[in-house]
Design a protein around this ligand. Structure first.
Ligand SMILES: Cc1ncc(C[n+]2csc(CCOP(=O)(O)OP(=O)(O)O)c2C)c(N)n1
Ligand SMILES: [Mg+2]
Length: 253
């Protein structure tokens, strides 16, 4: 059973991670803000509560690498802060990602290898809804399902926006949950992907003898109201006005 004692602490960690991420966007002049902010709560929970010694987390949607790298730095690791990720196992980056649609196939292979070698630990992988429009995602799920990879947990950041368009305008995914279920995967939905309570309790619904998928309904750009749910915030460079708006919303100096 996963549980959390101190919601205030988690809220404060998420707030600080958004602030740090925004600061890095300003400093580097690079900002994949939307997709970084949609997964902040899940990242905090993963690294605070879920991940254990032999587990590995892979961020397939690596354009949102900043909050992950900053979180790993807080844990005393030294990953290179860059958009997209290069394998660096000793610093918590278990896979090179950035070209979308590859993190899940690799995670599936890693989970299968663990199973064959009877190794402990789980592989957790975060994919985007944009990646659910790619064939490699569904091929991987076929394989994970055939091999009953219950050591694989797939998290979907379902923020309903891919790159510069709404998913529904480009290539709708509904019903995403039904699609996963039809591939014989234990499919768990989190209605509010920013609720610590809902995210943690979704991990208590994980089943054995099947791969598990947690679909997190999230808001792209969550945390800065003016930027939320707007496709423009996928990778927009911050203007001086944006910086003022963001700092105010995130309560930064
Ligand atoms: C194979 C591939 N094609 C295109 C891109 C360029 N690209 C970067 S992010 C992105 C889409 C972002 O939307 P989504 O995948 O849903 O991520 P999120 O909303 O979580 O940021 C695209 C097309 C890429 N990184 N890899
Ligand atoms: Mg998306």
């Amino acid at each position: 059973m996963y549980s959390f004692m101190n919601q205030k602490k988690l809220i404060s960690k998420a707030k600080k991670l958004r602030q740090k991420t925004f600061k890095s966007f300003i400093e580097t002049g690079e900002a994949h803000l939307g997709g970084s902010f949609s997964m902040i709560e899940t990242l905090v929970i993963l690294y605070d509560i879920i991940l254990k010694k032999n587990d590995k987390f892979i961020l397939s949607k690596a354009h949102a690498s900043f909050p992950l790298c900053l979180l790993l730095k807080e844990k005393g690791l030294r990953p290179k802060l860059s958009t997209h990720l290069e394998i660096d196992e000793k610093n918590g980056i278990y896979c090179t990602t950035g070209s979308l649609g590859h993190g899940l196939p690799i995670a599936t292979g890693m989970a299968l290898a663990k199973k064959i070698k009877k190794q402990k630990g789980k592989i957790l992988v975060m994919i985007s809804d944009g990646e659910c429009q790619e064939g490699t995602t569904w091929e991987s799920i076929l394989i994970a399902s055939k091999h009953k990879l219950d050591n694989l947990i797939i998290l979907v950041d379902y923020n309903k926006i891919q790159a510069l368009s709404k998913i529904n305008d480009v290539l709708p995914l509904e019903s995403l949950a039904d699609k996963f279920k039809s591939f014989n995967v234990n499919t768990i939905e989190v209605k509010n992907g920013h609720s610590f309570k809902e995210i943690v309790s979704s991990f208590n619904k994980i089943k054995k003898y099947k791969p598990n998928i947690i679909i997190l309904h999230t808001i792209k750009g969550k945390g800065i109201k003016e930027f939320e749910n707007d496709p423009i915030w996928h990778a927009r460079k911050l203007t001086p006005t944006d910086i003022l708006i963001g700092k105010k919303a995130l309560m930064m100096k």
